[in-house]
Design a protein around this ligand. Sequence first.
Ligand SMILES: Cc1ncc(COP(=O)(O)O)c(C=O)c1O
Length: 351
Amino acid sequence: MRVRPRPGVEALRAYRLGVVEAPVKLNQNECPYDLPPDLKEEVLAALRAAPWNRYPPMRADRCREAVASSCGVPPDHVLVTNGSNEAILALFQTFATGGVVVLPEPGYSMAPALAVAAGARPHGVPLRSDLTVDAQALAQAAQEHRAVVFVASPNNPTGRAADPETLESLLQRAPGLVVVDEAYWGFSPWSPLALLHRYPHLAVLRTASKAFGLAGARVGWIVAHPEVVDAVGRVLPPYNVNLFAQATVEAAARRPELVAQRVREVVAERERLAAGLRSLGVQVFPSDANFLLIRVRDAQETFARLLERGVLVRDVSRFPLLAGCLRVTVGTPAENDAFLEALRAAQEVAV
Ligand SMILES: Cc1ncc(COP(=O)(O)O)c(C=O)c1O
């Protein structure tokens, strides 16, 4: 017998990247620096001492305490997940199944797919033409559909953080849960965590994949009112975060000075890269993240020419409002120079 997925899933396209490897890989908004060897040794020592035949702590207690302290909140405000994608799915399953999730477009591409996976209907609301979040339109759609709202801030692929007034006006008018995905925390001048104590229907998401430089560990976390945390904890499978991931993120969270120093380096490189791009005549959008959105003459052609020169970026030119746009992760200084040089050469060919 042939089985078919339910209709929403049948219409979904699986997440695919196309090209995945290149000498200069600037396509996935990863941190360009690996964990320092001494920290890796520390994690490996903890892992050697731990029993691998036993289940890990069910709710990643020590890891949860460490990330809670990095966010300045008590541990009962935090739930650790297997990447922040699992957090998004669990929040939608807890609060949106059978209903609607309202989200800005263009936005984080996995969010609508995760809404469908949770049995909810995604409802896109366009960003304004300057690529900022339209709080009024989002709140209106949320009220109309009695919906959960999902906003990535800083947004991916545009790079901009919503300003505090925009998020507050959304929180004041939203009829239910507002999820603010702060995957790019650290790179932005302000954090929505500052709003948590006033809005118990706010859930902030963070990940270890960007500022901590631990995309390989697959760890994210929800920061929210304990009642939200408790509700999601009923949906999330037990032991969702494995022993290795817990140990790695716990170690990184206990080294805030290392994380802060790398974030500073990436932000400084982001500004240097933006200046270099502008001097090549490229339009660069403002960024509060570890990547830049740029507009070039012909995105598909430029993408291909960069790849010929060993530089892989993300072609986002088919997203609404983003005709001609590429998304470029901030790399090491050498990678950024290689990208600038490849782009300069690609533009010369195009002339
Ligand atoms: C806005 C946003 N949220 C979530 C994620 C995924 O995070 P994780 O690696 O924790 O699943 C990404 C990854 O690029 C992202 O851009």
